[in-house]
Design a protein around this ligand. Structure first.
Ligand SMILES: Nc1ncnc2c1ncn2[C@@H]1O[C@H](COP(=O)(O)OP(=O)(O)O)[C@@H](O)[C@H]1O
Ligand SMILES: O=P(O)(O)O[C@H]1O[C@H](CO)[C@@H](O[C@H]2O[C@H](CO)[C@@H](O)[C@H](O)[C@H]2O)[C@H](O)[C@H]1O
Length: 454
């Protein structure tokens, strides 16, 4: 164990991006190289943490180094280690502005630094020389904004293979899709076996935009404030936006099917989907015992998946679409973060899937937006009624926008869609139990409706 791995063992479990919180470490290995030997020097480390259950994850940890403590960087301080007979001070290099410049310099130069390769997309200006500021959003990765023109997302957990965020953004740029922020480049690193993993993605920064969750919940607040008016009568009606969002989602799906592989689903696919849903439910009941009450009804919904004759096209999709993943600009909706559900292995997230998974994700999000303000007042039946009304109106508008743009109606009583919605709500129960237990009632309420066949 080196002085650096000792330091990382102390520091990493407290970082937002560290996915192994609460698990016991059995071992830790680290391999590093210098990205920049200037002042501050910047090093990049691949840190492999092995847990006592035998599982292991590799994290990306960039550090900056100084020969004295810098008080303004106290928030980024990692610790000290001895080097050439004196103490050196290590900082989180992504929170140290002076240490952020080399990322774009190397990207513009299409450089190779140690095992890391920088690939500019060659399509647009990269704001080289500008320092980056870390965004304050709660996120599982770390993103830096450079001069309000570009945003670099550094993926913290490294997995071999091209990250779907890069792959899908690249495909949609080739398709000239107008609902994405264009890809400006990406960065790869070779792992110990020479397999490349994606380290980062640079894309255009969408300025002056608001995210869908913020806009939708503002609309719900307006509705609650007007006790006697309906969703279509209050000032902040969101249905027009929901309809445009449906059309934007359909456009993204159509382009993905056009430029990446797609094929009709075979019979075996339906059985596999039903089996995967049942397996996810089994695992979820062990974490959220309240789910057991809905299990029979949910299994009936999943059985209908195996029986349905509904044709499905398998293709690449977003994989984790919700209102927090879309930005409204002055001209329309932009869809972000094509990584899929972060907890699933990368190979699984790159498999062909059905657009219904994304439609279901967004429909769930309308339920969330409508209900999240009921958390504090679960007995307020009047508000619960109005929440339902808001959710139904916006879900229907989203479906209308989707069908008008695609010519396909994904929502017309499809048993598949209901099953995907239920499956997402089961996933959400586990997510909420682990992260925001007082939000658990949102997916549970939806599941009692879905499992009762309503
Ligand atoms: N191209 C962009 N332009 C403007 N803001 C962005 C852009 N990409 C991401 N963001 C902001 O950063 C947040 C986190 O980005 P996201 O890709 O979802 O990261 P993560 O995968 O870590 O959750 C988004 O919710 C959004 O607010
Ligand atoms: O954005 P991430 O990829 O990190 O997604 C995870 O966190 C989301 C919460 O931030 C979670 O989304 C759930 O809550 C949202 C409101 O906060 C709601 O709009 C979504 O519909 C709901 O699923 C997401 O499930 C999780 O993967």
């Amino acid at each position: 164990m080196s002085a650096l791995t000792d330091l990382l063992r102390e520091w990493m479990p407290h970082q937002r991006w560290f996915g192994g919180k609460g698990r016991e470490w059995a071992d830790v290995d680290e391999e590093g190289f210098f990205l920049d030997e200037g002042d501050p020097a910047v090093s990049v480390h691949r840190v492999r943490v092995t847990f006592t259950d035998g599982a292991a994850d590799t994290y990306l940890v960039p550090l900056s180094w100084r020969d004295h403590h810098v008080e303004e960087l106290a928030h980024a301080f990692v610790g000290t280690i001895p080097y050439s007979g004196r103490e050196t001070y290590a900082y989180d290099a992504l929170r140290d502005r002076d240490a952020t410049v080399p990322w774009l310099t190397n990207l513009v130069a299409a450089a190779t630094v140690g095992p890391m390769r920088f690939h500019p997309a060659g399509v647009d200006y990269i704001p080289e020389g500008t320092p980056g500021d870390v965004i304050s959003t709660e996120q599982s990765n770390t993103s830096l904004v450079f001069g309000q023109t570009a945003i670099l997302k550094l993926f913290r957990r490294l997995e071999p293979g091209l990250n779907p965020d890069v792959e899908i953004h690249d495909a949609l740029r080739r398709a000239d899709n107008e609902h994405i922020a264009p890809l400006l480049g990406h960065i790869e690193i070779d792992d110990a076996d020479g397999e490349p993993a994606t380290v980062g993605m640079l894309q255009s920064f969408v300025s002056n935009a608001s995210d869908g969750w913020r806009l939708a919940t503002a609309s719900v607040r307006d509705l609650y404030a007007e006790a006697d008016l309906h969703a279509d009568e209050v000032g902040g009606d969101f249905a027009g936006e929901s309809e445009r969002l449906g059309a934007a989602t359909a456009s993204v799906h159509a382009d993905l099917a056009r430029v990446l592989p797609s094929e009709p689903a075979e019979r075996a696919w339906y059985d596999e989907v039903a089996a995967a849903m049942n397996a996810r439910l089994d695992a979820a009941v062990a974490v959220v015992p309240e789910l057991a009450a809905h299990a029979d009804g949910l299994r009936r919904l999943y059985a209908a998946v195996a029986r349905t004759e509904e044709p499905v096209v398998r293709q690449r999709v977003h994989g984790d679409l919700h209102l927090g993943q879309v930005l409204r600009t002055a001209t329309g909706w932009v869809v972000l973060d094509f990584e899929g559900e972060p907890a699933r292995p990368l190979a699984e997230r790159r498999e062909l899937d059905t657009p219904l998974r994304d439609v279901a994700g967004m429909l769930r999000s309308f339920d969330y937006a409508a209900r999240h303000m009921l958390i504090e007042q679960p007995e307020d039946n009047q508000r619960a009624y109005r929440a339902q009304e808001w959710a139904e109106r916006n879900r229907a508008a989203f479906c209308t926008g989707y069908s008008e743009a695609s010519g396909l109606d994904p929502c017309g009583g499809s048993p598949l869609l209901r099953a995907f919605e239920a499956d997402k709500a089961v996933y959400e129960c586990v997510y909420e139990a682990r992260n925001r237990p007082n939000w658990l009632m949102i997916p549970l309420t939806s599941l009692s409706r879905l499992s009762a066949g309503e």
